[in-house]
Design a protein around this ligand. Structure first.
Ligand code: ATP
Ligand code: MG
Length: 500
C-alpha cells in the first residue's frame, strides 16, 4: 500500500522531493540485506573511517553497492562524501584532485585507485516543469549539495544506494532497493529530462539492463525511444569511453543487440546498418551475420582467453563499410579505406590516431594470406609492426565469421608461428580450465600496451592494452572516472575489468 502511494508521487519532475521517493532516506538495516563491511575493500572502509573521524559524512555508493546486493563481484568501490575535494586532499597524502567538468579525488593505493566524490546537487532546471523545446544538455556538474541531492542527480535508482559502514545499513532516497529486488532499471526523476541532460545515460541504461538482466521500466524505455536522437549531442569523448567499457564486458554482442532493440544502434552508428536495416528481421537475426555475428565470435574468444583491443572492436563494427575498398582494385586502397572510415569514425568518436591504425589494419589484411616459407624474413618484420596484433585478430575473426577455409588456414599458420612455448600458470590453471585452454601459449607478438589520450583533453579515448579474460583476478578499484568524469584522465585499459 505504502509502495503504491510512494509510486504515485514518484519521478514527476519538479522539486527535489518529487524526484525522491523517500526524501528523508529510507534505511534498510542489516537484517534486511546481505551487505557487510567485510564484503567491501578494506581500503575503502579505511577512507570512510578517516572521513568520519574528521567529522564528514561518507558512504559507499554506486555500482559497488548495487553489485553486492545482486551478489555480483563489484568492479570497484566509490565513495561519496560531504567533504569538498580540497578538504579531502588535506586528509590524505596519497591523493590527487582530477577533472574539470566534475572534480573528484582519486586516492591512490598500490595497484588501485579509489574514487571519492563530493555530494552534488541536481541541476537548477530540475525545479522547472519539463519544456520540450529547452536545451537541458549539462555542460557542468560541479555544484555541491546534500546526500539526498546527490542521490537525486544520479542516473538510475539502482545506482543511487548509499551504504553506511557505521551500522551496515543502506540508505535509499529513490526506491532503488525495491528496484534491485524487482530487477527494474529506472531513471531517477523525469526520464526525458534526465536523458536530455546527459544522453550517454541512454547507452548506460541499455548496458545495465543487459548486463544485470533487468527490465527497463516502461517510461524509461519510452523516453529512450523518444529521445534517441539526443544521443548525437553527447560528447564524442564520453561516448567512446562508454563503448570501451562495453567492449570489456565480453558481452558486447548482446549489448549491441539491446541497443538495436532500443532504436539506438542505428542512430549511434548508422553507417554499418544502413543496408541491413531494410530487412525487418535484422534484429531477430542479429547474431547470424555481419556486425552481430563478428561481435558474438569476439565475445566468445574473450572467454577463451584471447585478448582484444578497442581497435579490433572498431574494425569489426565497420568491416562491411570497408570491405568494398578491400575487394576493389581501383585507386589507392588506403585512400578508399580512409574515405569509407571517415563518417564511421566521426559517429563513434574515434580518435585520429586510432583511425590511422584502423587504416593500417585494413590495408594489411591481404598480407595475412602470404604464408610461404621464403617470406619468413618479411613475415618476421611484419610481426613487429605495432598494428600487427590488432590486424591479425581482425583477420582471424573475419575468417571465422565467413568460414573461409583458405583464410582460416592462413590464420592458423600465423597463430602457430606466433606462439611461444606453453607457459604454465598455476593460478590460471586452477581456476579457468573450462575450455582446456589454460596452458595455451601466448602469442609471441607485441600486443599494444600504451594508452592513447585524446589530445583535446587528458581523457583517454581508447586504451591500447588489450582486453583479456581476467575473471580470476581479484576485484580491485580502478580509476573509474570515465563516465562520471569525462573530462578527466582515466586509464581505462590499464587493467582489464572482470566482467562479472
Ligand atoms: P560499473 O560497474 O560499470 O562501474 P557503475 O554504476 O559503478 O557501474 P560508474 O560509471 O563507475 O558506473 O559510475 C559510478 C556511479 O556514478 C554510478 O553508479 C552512478 O550513480 C553515477 N553516474 C555515473 N555516470 C552517471 C551519469 N552519466 N549520470 C548520473 N550519474 C552517473
Ligand atoms: Mg563503477
Amino acid at each position: 500500500m505504502l509502495k503504491i502511494f510512494a509510486n504515485l508521487f514518484r519521478r514527476k519532475g519538479g522539486s527535489l522531493d518529487n524526484v525522491l521517493v523517500y526524501p528523508e532516506g529510507k534505511r534498510y538495516y542489516k537484517e534486511s540485506h546481505s551487505i557487510r563491511k567485510t564484503s567491501v575493500d578494506p581500503d575503502a572502509i579505511k577512507i570512510i573511517h578517516r572521513l568520519n573521524k574528521f567529522g564528514y559524512k561518507a558512504f559507499l555508493v554506486g555500482g559497488g553497492v548495487r553489485d553486492l546486493l545482486l551478489n555480483k563481484k563489484p568492479k570497484d568501490f566509490d565513495i561519496a562524501t560531504n567533504a569538498t575535494p580540497n578538504q579531502i586532499k588535506k586528509m590524505f597524502n596519497n591523493c590527487r584532485i582530477i577533472g574539470r567538468r566534475f572534480k573528484i579525488v582519486h586516492i591512490l593505493f598500490k595497484g588501485k585507485v579509489i574514487e571519492v566524490s563530493t555530494f552534488r546537487s541536481l541541476p537548477e532546471h530540475r525545479n522547472e516543469k519539463h519544456n520540450k523545446d529547452k536545451d537541458y544538455l549539462m555542460k557542468k556538474d560541479n555544484v555541491y549539495g546534500s546526500a539526498k541531492e546527490d542521490a537525486a542527480r544520479r542516473d538510475f535508482t539502482i545506482n543511487s544506494l548509499y551504504f553506511d559502514t557505521r551500522n551496515e545499513s543502506i540508505i535509499d532516497y529513490v526506491g532503488g532497493f525495491e528496484d534491485i529486488n524487482e530487477r527494474v532499471l529506472r531513471v531517477i526523476g523525469d526520464p526525458d529530462m534526465s536523458f536530455k541532460e546527459d544522453p550517454v545515460r541512454m547507452l548506460r541504461a541499455v548496458k545495465f539492463s543487459v548486463l544485470l538482466g533487468m527490465d527497463i521500466e516502461k517510461k524509461t524505455k519510452l523516453a529512450i525511444k523518444k529521445n534517441r536522437l539526443e544521443i548525437l549531442k553527447a560528447a564524442p569523448a564520453r561516448m567512446i569511453e562508454e563503448y570501451n567499457k562495453i567492449f570489456r564486458t565480453w558481452k558486447t554482442s548482446i549489448i549491441f543487440k539491446g541497443l538495436a532493440e532500443n532504436h539506438l544502434l542505428d542512430v549511434l552508428i548508422p553507417q554499418p546498418f544502413e543496408h541491413i536495416k531494410k530487412d525487418e528481421t535484422w534484429i531477430a537475426n542479429f547474431f547470424e551475420e555481419g556486425v552481430g555475428k563478428r561481435l558474438a565470435i569476439t565475445d566468445k574468444l574473450l572467454t577463451e582467453r584471447e585478448e582484444m583491443t578497442p581497435c579490433i572492436f572498431y574494425a569489426l563494427i565497420c568491416y562491411d563499410l570497408v570491405k568494398p575498398s578491400l575487394d576493389g582494385s581501383k585507386g589507392n586502397i588506403a585512400h578508399n579505406i580512409k574515405e569509407a572510415l571517415d563518417p564511421f569514425c566521426e559517429s563513434m568518436g574515434i580518435s585520429k590516431r586510432d583511425k590511422d591504425k584502423l587504416i593500417k589494419m585494413f590495408t594489411s589484411q591481404s598480407r595475412f594470406l602470404s604464408i610461404e616459407d621464403e617470406k619468413a624474413e618479411q613475415n618476421a618484420f611484419f610481426k613487429k609492426k605495432d598494428f600487427f596484433y590488432d590486424a591479425f585478430m581482425l583477420f582471424k575473426i573475419i575468417a571465422i565469421s565467413v568460414q573461409d577455409d583458405k583464410a582460416l588456414q592462413s590464420a592458423f599458420f600465423w597463430e602457430i608461428s606466433l606462439r611461444q612455448r606453453p607457459v604454465r600458470d598455476n593460478h590460471r590453471n586452477s581456476h579457468n580450465n573450462q575450455n582446456n585452454q589454460s596452458n595455451q601459449a601466448k602469442p609471441n607478438i607485441q600486443v599494444p600496451s600504451t594508452v592513447s589520450s585524446n589530445s583535446s583533453s587528458n581523457h583517454h579515448s581508447s586504451g591500447k592494452k588489450p582486453y583479456k579474460n581476467n575473471r580470476n583476478r581479484r576485484p580491485h578499484n580502478r580509476n573509474q572516472s570515465e563516465s562520471k568524469n569525462p573530462d578527466t584522465s582515466s586509464d581505462s585499459f590499464k587493467e582489464g575489468k572482470s566482467p562479472e
